[in-house]
Design a binder for this molecule. Structure first.
Ligand SMILES: [Mn+2]
Length: 429
């Protein structure tokens, strides 16, 4: 898009949730090279964001919270941010940084002197002018979390006044009470619209989402690098072009250096395990091809019903993991299978068993009723949480609380298969 000479059009980049120092703790990274690639992935995604700023001629960059993974910002992570934002400052690109629930101000004590082009938002909404060739083309308003947990609606502190230039609002928040995300700085679309802000640069939700395209634009950039299989698919930042008349056009640009994929392989119709291995390898190659030659990480889920289920019952998933992993890891890029989950079902005629009028048919009917009743699904999550609650496993309890309906259904499916395997074995013997 070419601006006519003399217009005050400009471009900026919106990113969030970089999570420098992210530990990737849940993964069993038995390859040191892959572990190193994951350890440096957040920094590499930040560097990619800086490259996008330079390539696209951005006037400024906004970072909408969770720049660091933890309040205890390590020296290394601080240095990484300082080096990258310092490089942008040397090119005249300003950066506006808000902190969120992961990196609230309560843990912020800088060990570095920052260039004057880098601006950190404090615990009150504050506004900086953006000057281009002596002319104020925009302003950037933002706020940081004073402590990790913020229950107030921070969006109410933002206001664009008559005569103000194009205004960007930088905020880490949960819009519309989305139950899949911790309800920090909750606000509604109507709150954001009422403020007069022209572009809401939001952080917190890790998936890129355009909630509104214009008047005002309301956008979650998502995280810059997926951190686990729940963050599968392209992750990156938005390049935002604003015309002299204040029209907004945005473009999503991936910045992830390792892309997560969930690969589903169905065993229906397979008679031997090598068919499953071939299918995993084919799927990995196909998804790698569609990932623009960046490294990839995979969670493989085996689904369906058939004779292969019985073969997998013992050490199946681990054996398949070993067989399907590329032994030539790693090169310039790699395809890393994080784990293989066995969600397959026994090779039986489920409908016939269900009609059989036995203990097995009771089990299958109960499983079906549970699947189709949201209240029962909730009860399953509650029961799981209670079982785990007695153990020192807070992380696990939180995971159970955040299980999606799809994940809960998978657990029920798995429970049904296990029970069916045991009951059928008993019937065989
Ligand atoms: Mn985050």
């Amino acid at each position: 898009m070419n601006e006519p000479a003399g217009s005050t059009g400009f471009c900026f980049v919106h990113a969030a949730d970089i999570h420098l120092d992210s530990p990737f703790a849940s993964m069993k990274l038995d390859s040191p090279e892959v572990a190193e690639a994951f350890a440096s992935a957040a920094r590499a995604s930040l560097q990619a964001i800086a490259r996008v700023c330079v390539q696209e001629g951005a006037r400024f960059l906004v970072l909408s919270g969770d720049v660091f993974d933890s309040e205890q910002r390590s020296l290394r992570a601080q240095h990484e941010l300082w080096a990258v934002l310092g490089g942008l400052a040397e090119r005249g690109v300003h950066t506006y940084v808000a902190f969120g629930n992961h990196d609230s101000l309560s843990g912020w004590r800088s060990a570095f002197s920052w260039p004057e082009e880098v601006h950190f938002f404090g615990p009150e909404v504050c506004t900086y002018p953006v000057i281009v060739h002596g002319c104020e083309v925009a302003q950037v308003s933002g706020i940081s979390y004073p402590q990790p947990s913020v229950g107030e609606n921070l969006s109410l502190g933002f206001r664009k006044h008559p005569g103000d230039p194009f205004t960007v609002g930088v905020l880490h928040c949960n819009v519309g009470g989305d139950v899949r995300h911790a309800n920090y700085a909750p606000c509604s679309l109507a709150d954001l619209e009422a403020s007069g802000i022209d572009y809401w640069a939001l952080g917190h939700v890790h998936e890129p989402r355009i909630l509104r395209a214009e008047n005002p634009a309301i956008v979650y950039s998502g995280c810059a690098q997926g951190r686990n299989p729940r963050e599968a698919g392209a992750r990156g930042c938005f390049v935002v072009r604003v015309t002299g008349g204040g029209r907004v056009a945005m473009e999503f640009v991936p910045t992830d250096v390792i892309r997560w994929h969930v690969l589903d392989v169905r065993i229906d119709g397979m008679s031997t395990v090598d068919q499953a291995i071939d299918e995993i390898r084919d799927g990995v190659a196909r998804l790698a091809m569609s990932s623009s030659m960046r490294s990839c990480a995979f969670r493989v889920r085996l689904l369906g019903r058939g004779p292969v289920h019985r073969e997998l019952a013992m050490d199946g998933p681990d054996a398949l993991l070993a067989a399907a992993r590329d032994s030539s890891l790693p090169g310039d890029r790699f395809d890393w299978i994080d784990c293989v989950q066995d969600l397959t079902c026994p090779d039986v005629d489920r409908e016939a068993l269900k009609a059989g009028g036995s203990l097995i048919s009771d089990l299958l009917c109960l499983a079906d009723e549970t699947r189709s009743d949201p209240a029962r699904l909730e009860a399953v999550r509650g029961a799981l949480e209670q079982r785990l609650g007695s153990r020192p496993a807070r992380g696990l309890t939180r995971m159970v609380r955040e299980l999606s309906d799809e994940e809960t259904l998978q657990i029920i499916e798995k429970a049904e298969s296990l029970a069916l395997d045991l009951l059928l074995e008993e019937a065989d013997s």
